[in-house]
Design a protein around this ligand. Structure first.
Ligand code: LER
Ligand code: MN
Length: 274
C-alpha cells in the first residue's frame, strides 16, 4: 500500500469563500497541522512577507511537518500583477515579485505555485502573442528558479477564473513547446471537475510532469463529502508514478478544522481500503 504525503492549505487570514483551512501564522499552522496528523502545510502569502524563515525551518524540522509549497496568488489578487499584461511595468513587477517568492521558497526548501499571476488573455486578442509573452517571462523565472533548486508548479484552473491553462492538455502542450525544465503541471480535482472530460486521463496526460496536486470533493468541500471516486484517483496517481504531496484545498465547512480532520481521515481510509 502506497503511503501518500498529505498537505493542507494555510494563510494568515482568508474569507470563508476561500478554500483555505488553517488560518494563523506559519508557526501556528505548522503546529495545528502536526496535531491533525498532516505531513506539510502549503502557505499563501505575499512575496515580501517578513517571515522568520530560520524559525519556521527549525519548527518544521522539530514537528516533522514540511512546507509543500508557497502560493503566489496574492501578487495578483492584492498586487494586481501578472505575466501577460500589455503594460511592461506590470509584467516587470510580476517577474520581480515572483523572484521574491522563489527566494522565499529556496530559503524554506520548497517550491512555488503559479496560478492567477500568470494572467488572462484579453477578450478578442491574438492569443498566440500573449502566450508567447507568458512563455518569455516564464523562461526568465524558470532559470532563476532552477538555479535555486525551486520548481514552478503551474496550476490548471477552471475557465470561470482564468483563460490560460484550463486543462491538462493545454499546460502539457505549452510545456512541451517551450523549454521550461523547472516548470511542472499542477492539477486540482475541483478545477478538473469543471473542465476535464476525463480527470483520470488528465492525470495520465501530465504523467511524470505532474508536480503537485490539490484535493477537494465535487462541491469543493472536504474529500469524502461528495461524489468523487478517490480510490480511482489514487490508483491513477500511483500509475503515473506521482510522488508529490496531495494537498487538501477545500472550503472550510462545516468549519476549518473539521474540514481538515475529515479530509485526512477519509483519505487515509481510502488508502487502506484499496
Ligand atoms: C488555487 O489553488 C485555486 O485552486 C484557485 O481556484 C484559487 O482558489
Ligand atoms: Mn487549487
Amino acid at each position: 500500500m502506497k503511503q501518500w504525503k498529505y498537505s493542507v492549505s494555510s494563510a494568515d487570514a482568508a474569507p470563508l469563500a476561500a478554500p483555505l483551512l488553517l488560518l494563523g501564522t506559519p508557526e501556528e499552522n505548522l503546529k495545528t497541522a502536526a496535531r491533525l496528523g498532516y505531513d506539510a502545510i502549503e502557505i499563501h502569502t505575499r512575496e515580501d512577507a517578513q517571515l522568520d524563515v530560520n524559525g519556521i525551518r527549525s519548527l518544521s524540522k522539530e514537528l516533522g511537518v514540511g512546507i509543500s509549497a508557497i502560493v503566489t496568488g496574492r501578487l495578483n489578487t492584492e498586487g494586481h500583477c501578472d505575466l501577460i499584461a500589455d503594460e511592461p511595468y506590470i509584467t516587470k513587477a510580476c517577474v520581480d515579485g515572483m523572484k521574491q517568492y522563489i527566494d522565499l521558497a529556496a530559503a524554506l526548501g520548497t517550491d512555488i505555485i503559479l496560478g492567477w499571476a500568470r494572467g488572462k488573455v484579453p477578450a478578442g486578442a491574438d492569443r498566440r502573442r500573449y502566450m508567447d509573452r507568458l512563455a518569455g517571462n516564464l523562461k526568465i523565472l524558470d532559470s532563476y528558479a532552477g538555479d535555486r533548486n525551486v520548481r514552478i508548479l503551474i496550476e490548471v484552473i477552471n475557465r470561470y477564473e482564468i483563460n490560460t491553462f484550463n486543462t491538462a492538455e493545454e499546460i502539457m502542450s505549452f510545456l512541451e513547446t517551450h523549454a521550461l525544465p523547472n516548470c511542472y503541471a499542477h492539477l486540482d480535482t475541483f478545477h478538473m471537475g469543471i473542465d476535464e472530460e476525463n480527470p483520470l486521463e488528465a492525470i495520465r496526460r501530465c504523467g511524470m510532469r505532474l508536480g503537485y496536486f490539490h484535493l477537494a470533493d465535487s462541491t469543493r468541500k472536504y474529500p469524502g463529502s461528495g461524489q468523487l471516486d478517490f480510490t480511482k484517483l489514487l490508483e491513477t496517481l500511483e500509475e503515473v508514478g506521482y510522488e508529490g504531496y496531495l494537498s487538501v484545498e477545500c472550503l472550510p465547512y462545516p468549519d476549518h478544522i473539521r474540514a481538515a480532520e475529515e479530509a485526512l481521515q477519509f483519505m487515509k481510509q481510502t488508502e487502506r481500503s484499496k
